[in-house]
Design a protein around this ligand. Structure first.
Ligand code: ZN
Length: 110
């Protein structure tokens, strides 16, 4: 092994260690990871270190699952509300049409 490749080898080892997430960094990044995951994005590909830390740290794994559950429920509620407001719009449009149509019906000579 040459000096140069030895240095590169050392750097790669320490580089990897520095590159790993600690729990504090994890808690800062995890909300973004969860958001992306719930939105159906490429969470694992965007945050490869998160997955690595999840495997290594059970505490952060628990935190992730708790946050994910909350985010999932929130996104489902948002989707439900969106559907409900769509239905409400359709209903009011139908009601409007019925109200607009009814005077014409009654005014028409029989
Ligand atoms: Zn951790």
């Amino acid at each position: 092994m040459t000096i140069k490749s030895f240095c590169n080898w050392i750097r790669s080892i320490y580089g990897t260690v520095e590159d790993e997430l600690d729990c504090e960094a994890f808690t800062q990044v995890i909300p973004h990871y969860v958001d992306l995951k719930v939105a159906g994005g490429q969470a694992e590909a965007s945050f490869p270190k998160i997955k690595q830390h999840l495997v290594q740290c059970s505490e952060c794994c628990d935190l992730y699952h708790a946050l994910y559950d909350i985010a999932l429920i929130e996104s489902q509620e948002e989707r439900l509300q969106a559907v409900r407001s769509d239905e409400a719009q359709v209903e009011s449009a139908e009601l409007e049409r019925a109200v607009m149509a009814s005077p014409r019906v009654t005014l028409e000579p029989s």
